[in-house]
Design a protein around this ligand. Structure first.
Ligand SMILES: Nc1ncnc2c1ncn2[C@@H]1O[C@H](COP(=O)(O)OP(=O)(O)OP(=O)(O)O)[C@@H](O)[C@H]1O
Ligand SMILES: C=C(C)CCOP(=O)(O)O
Length: 254
């Protein structure tokens, strides 16, 4: 079976998270060049929403559930993050990567904030043909709440488990998980307690670094390690030369 790499581009690195849907096109071009240079990798790409989706999700209180008042928020949030998805796909295609956008609102159903069903067989099929599926954190219909936000981080864990991926990376705006300014090289359930991990510095409805680690520790429990590193280290993550960030694992330090 093809060894698939699941890579998430944090919303903080492809948008200016302090603005309103401020897409960083120059950063997207740089990332696209790196991914184009690694075309042999069977890649499944996920991106966060950054300033294209988090402000809308917060404004319409999507995660509190749907009422008569906030139904338009489903459209507004999905449209904002979809515009970012188009920009990511365009940048990749301009660099020669056979990318195609996939919207979780169309293929997932949640129950109380967690994906209950999510089709991935077509994603696996795409990678067999050199297509790079580009998914994103999204608003998804929820059988208990009406709707909820499914983060790119939740998608990463879902995809990695479903596709049997052993290489999972999250590129973000920090060098890794930090403690007193230094990167913590390895985190497992026994070491997480001693760390000071917070949310995002900007508008974020999915828990920032704390939310990320909750997802990735659950993935580690399922036997799949993952890595958080600075966006400038994507090439090194892909070629295995060392990303200098944090590895999230179920195993204690050797
Ligand atoms: N201990 C910590 N180490 C590193 N970053 C931390 C820590 N605690 C909180 N953070 C914050 O977490 C942020 C990264 O999480 P964030 O959710 O913003 O990233 P992202 O995945 O790029 O964004 P998005 O959720 O939009 O995709 C950092 O920029 C930092 O402000
Ligand atoms: C807010 C939306 C639409 C998705 C959030 O995904 P994330 O940026 O990966 O947390």
């Amino acid at each position: 079976m093809t060894e698939r790499v699941v890579l998430k581009l944090g919303g903080s690195v492809i948008t200016d998270k302090s603005g309103e849907c401020a897409i960083d096109h120059a950063r997207l071009r740089d990332i696209a060049e790196v991914l184009a240079a690694n075309r042999d990798t069977a890649l499944v790409l996920v991106h966060g929403a950054g300033s294209c989706g988090h402000p809308e999700a917060r404004r319409y209180r999507i995660n509190d559930g749907l009422t008569n008042d906030n139904v338009p928020g489903v459209y507004e949030t999905h449209t904002a993050v979809s515009s970012l998805n188009t920009a990511v796909v365009d940048a990749l295609r301009d660099a020669g990567v056979e990318a195609i956008g996939i919207h979780p609102l169309h293929l997932g159903l949640a129950e109380d904030g967690r994906l209950a069903s999510f089709e991935t067989r077509h994603i696996a099929e795409m990678t067999e043909h050199g297509i790079v599926p580009v998914l994103h954190g999204d608003v998804v219909m929820d059988r208990l709440r009406g709707s909820c936000i499914v983060s790119g981080d939740q998608l990463v864990t879902r995809l990695a488990a479903a596709l049997g991926s052993r290489r999972v990376g999250l590129a973000t705006d920090v060098a890794g998980v930090l403690q007193n300014g230094a990167v913590v090289p390895r985190i497992d359930r026994s070491t997480i307690e001693s760390l000071d991990v917070g949310g995002s510095g900007n508008t974020d409805v999915t828990g920032g670094m704390r939310g990320k680690l909750a997802e990735l520790l659950a993935l580690a429990d399922a036997g799949i390690d993952s890595h958080i590193f600075h966006v400038s280290k994507i090439g090194r993550f892909l070629d295995g030369t060392g990303h200098g960030g944090t590895t999230i694992t179920a195993r204690s330090k050797p």
